[in-house]
Design a protein around this ligand. Structure first.
Ligand code: GRF
Length: 201
């Protein structure tokens, strides 16, 4: 039995791509659905290229619509990979402990409402922090607050600007998110990742 996974996105979908590559034949999990709140998300053609059904939400705030779509595909794990809106509370209640999010900083720092995209990296640079990284955590009703499952660290380097730091963090996300999802699929539920695993290139 492979775990049936849905991925929710708002944008280009490079984390989706990393997941699809990691979850090839024989993997313990399979992406069976892509959900987007935007019809112009770059992730949609990426899913199509891998033969994954891609659906655009009519109303991203409607829990019933989410639950209907997730139910139709018998989804067991929901992965937010660059999904920028709040998931309706009704979805979180139904899938509690089975929703993951990837965040481009070392939570609990630099998280919360409005902390997404370049704002995160601008805040990290403005703080003078010497390192940043990626976090994968369980999703609850509050942005970026749920229990942390794994983190990958990257240095902040002299001369960094938000673009350069974002690119370095994104590489870490592309290693970390598939590792956490593979571990969840193998275990049958999300599990914390030992640091040694998360840091392998
Ligand atoms: C990632 O940095 C993710 O952490 C953030 O948005 C970005 C999405 O990138 N929330 P992509 O759509 O996976 O390329």
């Amino acid at each position: 039995m492979t775990m049936r996974i849905a991925v929710a996105v708002s944008g280009r979908g490079s984390n989706l791509e990393a997941l699809l590559r990691a979850l090839g034949p024989g993997a313990p999990g399979q992406v069976v659905l892509l959900l987007s709140n935007r019809a112009d998300a770059g992730a949609l053609p990426r899913a199509a290229a891998h033969g994954v059904p891609a659906e655009v939400l009519d109303d991203a705030a409607d829990a019933d619509e989410w639950l209907r779509r997730l139910g139709e595909h018998r989804v067991e794990l929901l992965v937010l990979a660059g999904y920028l809106k709040l998931v309706p509370p009704g979805v979180i209640q139904r899938y509690r402990g089975r929703i993951l999010n990837v965040h481009p900083a070392l939570l609990p720092a630099f998280g919360g409402k409005g902390m997404y995209g370049h704002r995160v990296h601008e805040a990290v640079l403005a703080s003078g922090a010497r390192e940043s990284g990626a976090t994968v955590h369980l999703v609850d009703e509050v942005y970026d607050r749920g229990p942390i499952l794994a983190q990958a660290r990257v240095p902040v380097l002299p001369g960094d600007d938000p673009d350069r730091l974002a690119a370095r963090v994104l590489q870490a996300e592309h290693r970390l998110l598939p590792a956490v999802v593979l571990a969840a699929a193998a275990a049958g539920r999300p599990v914390p990742l030992p640091e040694a695993v998360e840091l392998q290139p």
